[in-house]
Design a protein around this ligand. Structure first.
Ligand SMILES: [Zn+2]
Length: 318
């Protein structure tokens, strides 16, 4: 296939969802400057959106685009505590997110709540970048209200990016849990895809797992593939990363090469794993036997990188 290099390059250029940069400067040096933050908050061009439970309001526009619903700060719901400064765009507009227990109602009923899994593929690069930052902070803030050192209730600081303990003085920073996600190939260039026990019927995807304390990310790739599929891996090559704030992961994507094709699934996390040639995978997806990984995940991009072009869709699907 003479076009494979070209197709691979095209697949290579397609951005990974939730990683596109929309021109927001996080301007972290302002986070500790209360006077600057107060002035930025009250500036008329400042834009604010509300996050609640992993969702924000979005609005589908007549031109087919979808936007985050943002408002000037004087229209924003009152909150002093949970105000996150997200950054500044190229035009000098400052962005804040407010974390509330509920999303605000709107008179026009055009806006609707959406989570990142949906909005991440609909929003502009700028809006997606803002939302993934805000949701990541919200997830961390919600679950880290007490000091892990002394147990005292902590207070928010640094415009949402720190929690400080008034009792022992500890500062706690947003937590990110690294996870390895890997497409394993064998010496026939087949891809190893597995099924997690709780996945919908037919879903196959890359293997993945969390990095353990004291472990390199490359060692985690080798260990997870051995544990889940019983496959030994030799070379491990880093590809790209993806924030995955569900609730707080950073997916680190790899291509890995198996040293032997023998499969022995753990039956606990992975119930089935198979080697697919490109031809096998195309046929299995087109027949509906296999559901490929969902489009938002870096798993889909890793499979596409190997496949050489966007994955086929089941025949008869829209
Ligand atoms: Zn403490």
């Amino acid at each position: 296939m003479t076009t494979s290099t070209h197709q691979s390059a095209a697949a290579d250029r397609r951005p990974i969802t939730l990683t596109t940069t929309g021109g927001i400067d996080r301007a972290s040096h302002h986070r500790m400057d209360e006077a600057w933050l107060a002035a930025a908050w009250s500036h008329p061009t400042t834009r604010v959106f509300v996050v609640s439970g992993g969702q924000a309001l979005v609005e589908d526009k007549d031109d087919g685009s979808t936007e985050l619903v943002m408002m000037p700060s004087f229209d924003a719901p009152f909150t002093e505590a949970h105000r996150y400064f997200l950054g500044i765009d190229g035009d000098g507009v400052r962005y804040f997110a407010l974390q509330k227990d509920t999303l605000p109602g709107r008179m026009d009923a055009i806006a609707r709540p959406a989570g990142l899994r949906e909005a991440g593929v609909l929003l502009s690069d700028r809006d997606s970048e803002l939302m993934v930052h805000a949701i990541g902070l919200e997830n961390w803030q919600r679950t880290h209200r007490f000091c892990s050192r002394c147990g005292e209730r902590t207070v928010i600081a640094a415009a949402g990016h720190v929690r400080r303990c008034p009792a022992c003085g500890a500062e706690h920073y947003p937590r990110t849990d690294p996870a390895a996600i890997m497409l394993v190939t064998d010496d026939q260039d087949r891809a190893l895809l597995g099924r997690q026990v709780h996945w919908p019927e037919g879903r196959f995807s890359t293997l993945a797992g969390f990095v353990e304390p004291g472990e390199s990310i490359e060692a985690a790739v080798v260990r997870e593939v051995a544990e889940e599929a019983g496959v030994s891996v030799g070379s491990v090559e880093y590809v790209a990363s993806q924030p995955w704030p569900f609730p707080s992961s950073l997916m680190l994507g790899f291509m890995a090469r198996a040293t032997s094709p023998d499969i022995q699934v753990d039956g606990d996390e992975i119930e089935e794993a198979r080697w697919f040639s490109r031809h096998d995978l195309r046929a299995a997806i087109e027949s509906g036997e296999v559901l490929p990984p969902s489009g938002i995940s870096i798993a889909a991009r890793l499979v596409e990188l190997w496949y050489g072009e966007p994955l086929p869709r089941p025949l008869g699907s829209a």
